[in-house]
Write a protein that binds this ligand. Structure first.
Ligand SMILES: [Zn+2]
Length: 691
């Protein structure tokens, strides 16, 4: 583990404008810097860097964070990897602290696996260039395919020798443990080499470390499979790796598109000819993890298929999950009998590029045409085809896109648009219903977990139906001062599980999300400021909110407030920096997001209701008033919940003809709660509106 003092030094030294500036062209705009967002495609810059706060924030897609967050997201690194990256950039010596035995062992295993893979890669490369058979069989194969030496070296190609345990013996001789060789999948349990007499394609992870190999056999007429991949290991998970991604990521981002092919050699050929934004799923059908990996860099995928319609049809089935991830998928079918490698050799890079640009067609329309061709004149096949297509369309999260597809497909299928709309809606409803059921189950589970606390402290999950929700949800969304995009909200458990199929405009608000988030925002933004003489905003909030903290709906916000309470008790100052530099990525990103938004949400919603055109004053000027309102509002909501719960208790007692003392007790509680509510409402001066 990296020592806290080193981490602090890294944070203190890292300048957001330098760190981002290595990847994004930034221009000065007032006190901030502005550039094109590297995380989503855009033509007008909305990616803002604040040197004063040492954070970035995109007003287009909502991402935000500190220098470490940026490096993690941009380079696909883990937290410690990002810290090491920055330490290197700023010449900071890393001091490690003592770790537990378990952590040390795990790290040792990972390190040893990376090490032995790296060793194997160098060995295979040496076998390729320096041995008789390597040169004769493997190198000539690569040369025949037109790979230049620089390409072979760059991608770490190699040759695994023929004889049963040549590599294993050599490695053991050099001090590598047989156990480690086995764990890395380089040696079989019987002590033989896993790869024998094969050309070796090295598989790198996103940071360029060797995690495995793909070996292709060259000698004909053997029973062995043509391709052999490293078995899954602690560092190699096939479904999470895309071949070539390490070499392609920059080009993918700069061209805002990822080209996907099937084979290793396709990647190499395209890359060598200057088409560098290319990756391969290496034999497996696409997985959600692989798509998410691409999505980090671009929403646009172009998939190139060999010119073999039967194979394509099978591959298309797996593509719906790409749609679910809201990616733009285009498909290119090469001429009959060609693969990307062969076709590129045949026509050259320029013609190849032209071909794929010209022939890329939208996935759904491509699928429609392909299946339609096959179903010609067969009504049963056509009915199935419609179901199939509609199934794909229903997976698209964006309603606008969906309606465009429906129109287009109705046209091609020669059926009424309304039929397609109906079927799509039916499927969507099923989808949503399924998700709601799941959510309901999760909620009940959470409730069950909570009933372990005394009944008086348990709270109903949703606001009671007879209490009007404080702010009409559609109004809350409609305010121009709202966050520009839903995705800028921290991925709380709730928003994460919100059905992706629902229109983007209808964000799911669960419980008191807005109120709780606002409390966190005030703590983060103004915690240190003075509220009253000798009392900070943080103190004021925490003293007041502590009594209703148990009733927070959102565990994420609750946890933040709880941590602040601990800090308050330990007399640790609650500063912006504390949140911005939190080792918890969710916290630091939330802080960056909340601290860069000039207008968070509408605190003075009552005024806005009366006068929607009124310009909002900067929240900085209002924090005292905001704090009072936010604190009282959240208390009011929680008291309302308590009241409602108490009321049902009284009702139950009445119905059961329960004990009179119990009844009196509950009525007293009721009176007390009503009194508290009255007080808060008076403080807020908005009794009618809020209640
Ligand atoms: Zn963005």
């Amino acid at each position: 583990m990296i020592k806290q003092s080193t981490i602090t030094e890294i944070f203190e030294s890292s300048k957001i404008e330098d760190v981002v500036g290595d990847f994004v062209n930034l221009k000065k705009r007032g006190v901030n810097l502005l550039g094109l967002c590297p995380f989503h495609g855009e033509k007008t810059p909305s990616f803002t860097v604040s040197p004063a706060k040492n954070i970035y924030k995109c007003f287009g897609c909502g991402v935000g964070g500190n220098p470490v967050n940026f490096i993690m997201e941009h380079e696909g690194l883990t937290y410690p990897e990002a810290l090491r990256y920055l330490a290197k950039k700023y010449n900071i010596a890393i001091e490690e602290s003592e770790t537990t035995d378990e952590q040390r062992q795990e790290k040792q295993l990972y390190d040893s696996l990376y090490l032995v893979n790296d060793f194997a890669q160098k060995y295979y490369e040496q076998q390729l260039f320096e041995t008789e058979r390597g040169k004769k069989i493997a190198l000539s194969y690569f040369k025949e395919r037109g790979f230049r030496e620089e390409t072979i070296r760059k991608f770490g190609l190699g040759y695994a020798p023929e004889k049963g345990n040549t590599f294993t013996l050599y490695a053991v001789n050099k001090g590598y443990k047989q156990d480690t060789l086995q764990k890395a999948g380089l040696t079989t349990s019987r002590g033989r080499d896993f790869f024998r007499d094969r050309v070796q394609f090295t598989i790198h992870n996103l940071t360029g470390k060797v995690v495995g190999f793909g070996g292709r056999i060259l000698v004909k007429n053997v029973k062995a499979p043509k391709y052999l991949n490293t078995p899954e290991s602690e560092i190699y998970n096939k479904s999470k790796i895309l071949y070539g991604a390490y070499f392609a990521k920059r080009a993918i981002r700069s061209q805002d598109e990822c080209i996907m092919v099937e084979g290793y050699t396709d990647v190499l050929s395209l890359h060598q000819s200057g088409i560098e934004n290319v990756v391969a799923s290496s034999g497996t059908s696409l997985t959600v993890d692989q798509i998410r990996l691409v999505k980090r860099y671009t929403p646009n995928i172009k998939i190139i298929y060999d010119g073999d319609p039967a194979g394509v049809k099978a591959a298309l089935r797996g593509l719906d999950l790409v749609l679910e991830q809201d990616m733009n998928v285009r498909v290119v079918l090469l001429p009959q009998g060609e693969d990307p490698d062969s076709y590129l050799q045949k026509v050259g890079a320029t013609a190849f590029r032209e071909f794929i640009d010209k022939n890329a067609s939208d996935f759904i329309l491509f699928k429609t045409n392909l299946l339609l061709d096959e179903a010609k004149g067969d009504p049963i096949k056509k009915a199935n085809l419609i179901k199939d297509i509609v199934g794909s369309i229903a997976k698209i999260p964006d309603p606008l896109k969906r309606s465009v597809y429906i129109r287009e497909c109705a046209n091609r299928l020669e059926i009424g648009e309304d039929v397609l709309v109906q079927t799509t809606n039916k499927l969507k409803m099923e989808h949503i219903r399924k998700q709601q059921k799941q959510e309901e189950r999760d909620r009940r589970q959470a409730q069950r977990n909570r009933t372990t606390t005394p009944p008086d402290e348990s709270w109903p999950d949703a606001p009671p139906s007879d209490f009007p929700s404080e702010i009409p949800p559609d109004l809350e969304h409609g305010f121009p001062s709202d966050e520009p995009d839903d995705s800028s909200f921290p991925p709380t458990r709730e928003t994460r599980s919100a059905p992706p199929a629902v229109d983007a405009s209808s964000k799911v608000i669960v419980g008191d999300e807005f109120q709780e988030k606002d409390i966190v925002r005030l703590l983060m933004s103004f915690g240190e400021e003075e509220m009253e003489e000798g009392i900070s905003v943080a103190q004021y909030i925490l003293i007041n909110v502590e009594e209703v903290l148990e009733a927070f709906d959102h565990s994420f916000y609750k946890k933040i407030v709880q941590d602040c309470l601990e800090m308050l008790k330990a007399k640790t100052p609650i500063t912006q920096k504390h949140f911005l530099q939190s080792p918890d990525q969710e916290v630091s990103k939330l802080a960056a997001t909340l601290l860069t938004t000039p207008y968070e949400y509408s605190k003075n919603w009552e005024e806005k209701l009366m006068n929607p055109l009124q310009t909002q004053p900067m929240p900085e000027k209002n924090y005292k008033k905001d704090t009072v309102i936010a604190v009282n509002r959240i208390k009011l909501r929680k008291v309302n919940k308590l009241l409602n719960e108490n009321q049902s208790k009284i009702k139950a007692l009445q119905e059961q003809g329960g004990d009179a003392m119990d009844m009196i007790k509950q009525i007293k509680v009721q009176q007390k709660l009503l009194q508290i509510r009255e007080e808060i409402a008076n403080l807020l001066g908005t009794r009618g509106a809020i209640k």
